[in-house]
Design a protein. Sequence first.
Length: 228
Amino acid sequence: MIMPENDIQIEDSWKLALADEFSKPYFQGIKSFLQEQKKQGVVVYPPGSLIFNAFNTTPFNAVKVVVIGQDPYHGPGQAMGLSFSVPKGIAIPASLRNIYKELQNSVGFVPPAHGDLTYWAEQGVFMLNAILTVTAGQAGSHKTIGWQQFTDAVIQKLSDERTGLIFLLWGRFARSKIELIDEMKHYVLESAHPSPLAGNAFMGNGHFVKTNEILTKQGLKPIDWQLK
């Protein structure tokens, strides 16, 4: 069953930080919707065990960098609960290819043959999609079921209770979340979306270099962007 009624399968520090959200009516509505979809045999991505993958891989107090995506990939086997990431063995999406190009141009990154970004998440890059589920083949199909209220609360909680985080806001949708972030406490880097639909506007934003400069300045370990 997706998200059992009395036990949200999410890492303990996040469960504690978000306890109030899990008890709210809108979140009960998300659970009911997903459970009903499952009963009807509707295919939903990512699989239930990966819905909170970003949270489970990057605990609340381990977050150093926040990357905000919009919607999970809706093709078979693509969505894995980390924004922009796909499992090994799945074709690398166009947006991620452009992310790799920017890394290649700015930090001497060698693009791997896969699109699995788990290694970044393990180092403190919280890869959050604003919407955490999607119906197979239907982009944006779960944008009105309540996920954005939940993930807005996540961003707000990080802003309120942490300091010195680096928020990477790529594209108009992600940039709209800036109102949730206290810029007196945190760093915000904005640019165009890496999608080819944005042309080459993402290229040259320098975000990966700037992120590590900020982390180093804070006495924190920089992110090793090189994927294995």
